[in-house]
Design a protein. Structure first.
Length: 230
């Protein structure tokens, strides 16, 4: 079973419309649609925004539906000058940029008493996601790299530069590390797919509404094609 998570309804609405729904279940104020999409058994859900919602959603997918693979689709802000609005970033790993226990000797970003700073994505899912993106989104560029997550919408250049300095990620968003963290604890393979909707700087309030729809369309095409490869 494959779980597909989007933080916002806009990020999963087109996937829900394309699937054959067999069961609808509500847990923790989240509506899980189980059925078939592109020939695969899937559960699609809107988690809500933020790492806590994302982590709870992932745990429900593990406990209630027994998913063994997770795809998180959505949008993000670019942290690399070469990544333009509309481009795709596919995770190699994800981490919490707003975790700070340096006072106790941990590197910034590492959750205390955990052995890892970041949570690696499944290499096979990453390769297939890249292949899918290059096929269905030939007009844009696809990148692989680290994704940084925090419970903040990054619109400050100063905050952006600090995240880049600490972690060198390709993009920043608000759910991926919560999903990756929960997937790691449950030994579930995962990949995060992010379409770039803004530059995560002082222009974010201008870029975001303009490019959100375009970015989501790229992600939806990618996820559908990825499902055919799994």
């Amino acid at each position: 079973m494959i779980g597909i998570i989007g933080a916002m309804e806009e990020e999963v609405a087109a996937l829900k419309e394309a699937m054959e729904v067999q069961e609808t279940i509500e847990r923790a104020s989240m509506v899980f649609l189980r059925g078939e999409l592109c020939g695969k058994d899937v559960v699609i859900v809107r988690s809500g925004i933020g790492k806590v919602n994302a982590g709870i959603c992932t745990q429900i997918l593990a406990d209630r539906f027994g998913v063994d693979r997770l795809i998180n689709t959505g949008i993000a802000g670019s942290l690399d000058a070469k990544i333009d609005i509309g481009d795709i970033v596919i995770s190699t790993d994800a981490l919490h940029h707003d975790m700070d226990a340096t006072e106790f000797g941990y590197p910034v970003g590492q959750v205390p008493r955990m052995e890892t700073l970041s949570f690696p994505a499944d290499e096979e899912l990453v390769k297939k996601a890249v292949k899918a993106s290059e096929k269905v989104n030939p007009d844009i560029h696809t990148f692989t790299g680290r994704i940084a997550s925090g419970d903040q919408f990054i619109a400050s250049r100063e905050v952006k530069e600090k995240i880049i300095q600490n972690f060198h990620p390709l993009c920043v968003e608000m759910e991926g590390a919560g999903i990756a963290h929960a997937a790691s604890l449950n030994q579930i393979s995962y990949v995060i797919i992010r379409a770039i909707s803004d530059k995560a700087d002082n222009s974010a309030h201008v870029d975001y509404p303009t490019f959100e729809r375009q970015a989501i369309a790229h992600s939806v095409r990618l996820v559908k094609e990825l499902l055919t490869l799994i």
